[in-house]
Design a protein around this ligand. Structure first.
Ligand code: FAD
Length: 317
């Protein structure tokens, strides 16, 4: 079932989770072990992220180096199918521009449609590690909106091959990313919101936000989106702080602020368990306030510490 249908049918705020494909070499069991405890909360859907390949330099026997491409986290399409099969819960694959040509994207979308998956979160992806700016693949997409248009075309039965203009229609409900604290590359929030509106006008059905630790950032963002004429559901993305290291890593990586009360409480916690306790309580408090405000879904990034998410969600439901 489509994410927006879940939202339309809901009588209360829904819950959803996001998982990363395991590193190559691990089995699907690691995903199930991660998700098993969280299934108690009856998530309406589970997102599975997508990761582009990376380049590494391998030393040859003659001492020179060879540039090779590695896929560290393959398997998004298969994991979505496994989740739907195992838990009978809808899966939302992330589809990214970075590292993929239009043809590869079309093939992935066809596989997803054949598997009965009718959701996709459409993203650009970040620049590759060795690039300072995002560069699309040859015959790939530069912005999420270009990839989104490809999905819209497929939903209309228009494939890349020019002779398939009235083919089988896919039925993807399309989500896109929004950034309450602005995307790192956007010159300002107004500009970022105008590009977000363009994605919605081009066919996005809902928005899922980047993580934030101060709910007022989300509420302000929703208000500015509404004022800009964006009227689709805006799902808040939530992540717990669970280590002191994250106080520096998260702002640097995701360009989000950590409120002073939270950073002081984390810094002064004496043990790892005390840090987790602070992070759990903060997440629970954020969730409680968002739920009381009537947000459509609480979407949790579960990476690393699913038990923290478990304890926070348990305390609010
Ligand atoms: P876009 O919408 O293309 O925007 C990128 C930047 O370009 C923004 O600054 C925007 O303001 C600007 N812009 C947009 N359109 C134009 C235009 N026409 N002209 C000029 N500027 C423009 N990354 C992954 O690799 N895999 C994942 O699974 C993944 N999941 C994510 C899930 C969520 C909920 C979020 C919030 C992010 C996720 N990301 C993921 C990270 C995301 O790919 C990066 O943040 C990326 O840098 C931007 O993606 P986007 O889809 O927002 O890009």
């Amino acid at each position: 079932m489509q994410v927006t249908q879940h939202i339309r049918d809901a009588k209360d705020t829904l819950v959803s989770f996001e998982v990363l494909p395991p590193l190559k070499g691990k089995t699907i069991q690691s995903i199930f072990e991660h998700l098993d405890p969280l299934m108690e909360f009856k998530p309406s859907f589970i997102n599975v992220t997508y990761h582009r390949s990376e380049h590494v330099y391998k030393k040859r026997a003659d001492g020179t180096f060879e540039k090779v491409e590695v896929r560290k986290r393959p398997g998004t399409v298969g994991i979505c199918a496994a989740i739907m099969n195992h838990y009978k819960v809808d899966a939302v694959p992330h589809i990214i521009c970075g590292g993929f040509s239009r043809q590869e994207t079309e093939d992935a979308l066809i596989d997803l449609a054949f598997l009965g998956i009718d959701n996709a979160l459409i993203l650009r992806g970040d620049a590759a590690r060795n690039e300072s700016n995002f560069e699309p693949e040859p015959n790939g997409h530069r912005y999420a909106i270009d990839l989104l248009r490809q999905v819209v075309h497929l939903n209309n039965g228009e494939y890349l091959e020019e002779d398939i203009r009235n083919g089988g229609r896919t039925n993807f409900c399309i989500g896109v990313a929004g950034y309450p604290e602005k995307h790192s590359e956007a010159p300002n929030l107004d500009s970022d919101i105008s590009y977000l509106k363009a994605k919605v006008d081009a066919g996005a059905d809902y928005i899922t936000t980047q993580m934030f630790f101060d709910n007022s950032k989300y509420f302000d963002f929703v208000q500015r989106c509404r004022e800009a004429g964006i009227h689709v559901p805006i799902i808040p993305g939530l992540k717990p702080l669970t280590s002191k290291k994250q106080l520096n890593v998260l702002p640097r990586t995701f360009h989000v602020d950590i409120p002073n009360d939270l950073s002081v409480a984390i810094s002064s916690a004496k043990t790892d368990a005390a840090v987790e306790q602070v992070g759990t309580e903060w997440l629970a408090q954020q969730s409680r306030e968002l739920k009381a405000a009537g947000v459509p879904v609480l979407h949790y990034y579960t990476l690393g510490k699913p038990h923290v998410i478990y304890n926070a969600v348990k305390s609010i439901l």
